[in-house]
Design a protein around this ligand. Structure first.
Ligand code: BGC
Length: 707
């Protein structure tokens, strides 16, 4: 069967609305299933796509109903949140962002896509591209961090990895950029809360990753649950039809978030489902995920003249077009025939990649006296804490089918790499509850060891959707465990697992070494053990500013100066009475096992600004650096941020190696939005700053005149 444009003429209203209706599968103890009432609705052509169903058998059975038992035989497509892996889980996206490595981002996304496609999936609700500057917001963990440039590169790499050149291709998925847009700016970091930001911030900070995804050809897009200035995105015609489709030329499908069309009533912009459905459809939302609003509301909306058949037909045409592009009209069973084709070799390669990605997400934030790596000779190691032997926690939130794949705990990983060492394990305290009974045993274990590896942090479910926190600290009694173990005076390495930066300065004071791990995924224990023993170095960098205290948030590198920038000697400047403005760690922070030195900044001006630095590894071990290029435009018609990230480059350096890294900045890179929010380039002085992080004290800088 091929898609015949005349099919629309044969469709009843209910069948058209069915194509715009997406519902979730249910769950049985054996896995996801299609519930009886869903099968009935499928048979009647009232459902156009399903999500949360996987496995070839289950998908084939549902597809058979659509293709063989409905009047028109239009195939379904099957969606799933493959956020950071399907069964083999890669690091949480925020942790992956810390690799600052587009090639790795793309390879991880491609690998996850292949595994999910093999289980019958056509489309994933990924990438999540919400810039996040407030770590209270639990969904920070799903996205690329605080910076729009990083977000845009992450978007491109993920779309390329998931979709390849053709998302119908073998092992590829149609991607869905979400949540359009500015969801990360929810009030007070509270999930689903309203968003009130300036137009400038919307344009400069939150939109660029989505634009990059559209330019990379993303197949679908999902509006955010939230509103902007009182207009819910699910009803935002100016943003969806205007910006996305007309201005950016997006020709894909817009899928609502879960139940979001029905929520237009609670937002207070629709009186009933007919109005809600009309608002969403008129805004340009093609598919209703789980609200039942199109099914229940559109017939009445048509009768009341709130929507036209032409608008409905346009949405149906887009959805059928997506199915055609997915190759489903040509072969509805293309992804669900027979058994999975994944051979052991493919799975082995995926585990290896997960181990590499897990390692590259690790950010070494402190390493006093070169405590790490421990080296092959370590003898007695105490592995302590509620996350030491917690394999399933390592995969983090949003892990599709990940719980069915074996994950490697820190303890298991360390036992493998240190076969001759005496490794003692003590949990110490529960993960989230209070309880100090186990601390004494943990302290005994620490006393008997040469070195302590303390595994603390959040439970996986403390970040992700509906997981905002007002306290961004160690849950339960973990601080008491930290204090007690630190008091033994034994060399202390802390492995911190979390979906967000945790504001725990005292932990950084007490530990000799700290690695921020995010949630490294299925291969966590192996990835971490590789770095602890020193077979590999830690190479991650923070993709987000790390606060000292929750009272500092939102906190990010690209603030404007204001008229009274912080001056400790002057009370009437922008600061707190009780704490400096500076973060605990700046964006980009992260150490390696080498000794990388930045020098010789040069900046010449011609057609463009040509800037370069030398990066030398003076240490005795190979290392990698991420070279960040920031700009400050000190005088412009509109005040510009004190630092704006314009480029970054990852470089590998052998021991003793020096490399020159060159950057080029043209007018387009220095263009900003003027008072009317029109793009403008204003020539004049520009400060060029290059270095290992956004810490001003460590940046080399030169001022040039350009334009
Ligand atoms: C989330 C989306 C997700 C959808 C489907 C919603 O609750 O906000 O990110 O894609 O559920 O699982």
């Amino acid at each position: 069967m091929t898609l015949d444009a005349s099919i629309l003429k044969d469709m009843t209203l209910a069948e058209k609305i069915g194509q715009l209706t997406m519902v979730t599968a249910g769950y049985a103890t054996t896995g996801p299933i299609v519930a009886g009432d869903v099968t009935g609705a499928l048979r009647e052509g009232r459902i156009g796509s399903l999500f949360n169903l996987w496995g070839r058998d289950a998908i084939r059975a549902a597809q058979r109903v659509a293709v063989e038992e409905t009047r028109l035989g239009i195939p379904l497509f099957f969606g799933l949140d493959v956020i950071h892996g399907f069964r083999t889980i890669f690091p949480t996206p925020l942790a992956q962002a810390g690799a600052f490595d587009e090639d790795l981002w793309e390879r991880a996304a491609a690998s996850a896509a292949a595994e999910a496609a093999d289980a019958g999936i056509d489309l994933t609700f990924t990438p999540m591209l919400d810039v996040a500057r407030d770590p209270r917001w639990g969904r920070s963990v799903e996205g690329p961090g605080e910076d729009p440039l990083v977000g845009a590169r992450f978007a491109r790499a993920q779309v390329r990895g998931l979709q390849g050149d053709d998302f119908a291709g073998e092992g590829r998925l149609a991607a869905c950029a979400k949540h359009f847009v500015a969801y990360g700016a929810v009030t007070a970091g509270r999930d689903y809360a309203p968003v009130d930001i300036s137009r400038r911030t919307l344009e400069e900070v939150y939109l660029p990753p989505f634009r990059a995804a559209v330019e990379a050809g993303v197949a679908t897009l999902m509006p955010a649950f939230t509103d902007l200035d009182g207009i819910p995105f699910t009803a935002h015609r100016a943003m969806i039809t205007g910006r996305l489709r007309e201005e950016w030329g997006f020709d894909g499908v817009v899928i609502s978030d879960f139940g979001a069309i029905g929520e237009l009533i609670r937002h207070g912009v629709a009186a009933d489902l007919a109005e809600a459905a009309a608002l969403a459809l008129n805004a340009g939302v093609d598919i209703d995920m789980m609200a039942g609003a199109y099914e229940k509301g559109l017939p009445e909306a048509l009768e009341r003249g709130l929507v036209t058949v032409a608008t409905l037909d346009a949405a149906v045409t887009r959805v059928l077009g997506l199915k055609e592009r997915l190759g489903l009209f040509a072969d509805p069973y293309r992804r669900c025939r027979g058994e999975g084709t994944e051979d052991a070799e493919g799975k082995g390669g995926r585990r290896r990649l997960a181990r590499e990605a897990g390692r590259r997400a690790l950010v070494l934030l402190k390493n006093e006296g070169g405590l790490l790596p421990l080296g092959e000779g370590a003898r007695r190691i105490a592995v302590i804490g509620p996350l030491a032997d917690a394999a399933v926690e390592m995969i983090g939130p949003w892990a599709s089918d990940g719980k069915r794949a074996p994950a490697v705990s820190v303890l298991a990983g360390l036992r493998e790499v240190f076969p001759r060492a005496e490794i003692v394990h003590a949990e110490g305290v529960p993960l989230t509850q209070d309880g100090t009974d186990g601390i004494a045993a943990a302290v005994d274990a620490a006393r008997d060891a040469d070195c302590v590896i303390l595994c603390v942090g959040e439970a996986a479910e403390m970040s992700g959707e509906a997981a905002s926190r007002t306290k961004i600290d160690l849950p339960g009694s973990q601080s008491a465990l930290l204090d007690a173990v630190a008091a033994t005076g034994k060399p202390l390495v802390v492995l911190l697992f979390s979906g967000r930066p945790l504001a725990v300065p005292e932990m950084f004071e007490r530990a000799g070494a700290v690695i921020a791990c995010g949630f490294p995924g299925s291969e966590a224990g192996h990835a971490i053990a590789d770095v602890i023993i020193g077979r590999e170095g830690p190479t991650g960098r923070l993709p987000t500013t790390w606060p000292r205290h929750v009272g500092q948030v939102p906190i990010f590198l690209a603030e404007r100066s204001g008229g009274r920038p912080e001056n400790p000697a002057d009370k009437y400047t922008s600061k707190y009475l009780d704490m400096p403005n500076s973060p605990l760690f700046p964006f980009g922070a992260g150490l390696g096992y080498g000794e990388v030195v930045f020098a010789d900044l040069k900046a010449d001006v011609g057609e463009a600004i040509e800037a370069s630095v030398t990066v030398a590894n003076r240490g005795s071990r190979a290392d990698e650096a991420v070279v960040f290029l920031f700009v400050r435009d000190p005088v412009a018609s509109v005040a510009r941020p004190v630092l704006e990230l314009k480029d970054f480059r990852r470089v590998a350096l052998a021991a003793g190696e020096t490399r020159t890294i060159a950057f080029r900045l043209g007018r387009e890179d220095l263009t900003f939005l003027d008072m009317r929010l029109e793009p403008v380039f204003e020539g004049g002085a520009f400060e060029i700053l290059i270095g290992p992080s956004a810490d001003r004290a460590r940046l080399l800088s030169a001022t040039v005149r350009f334009g």
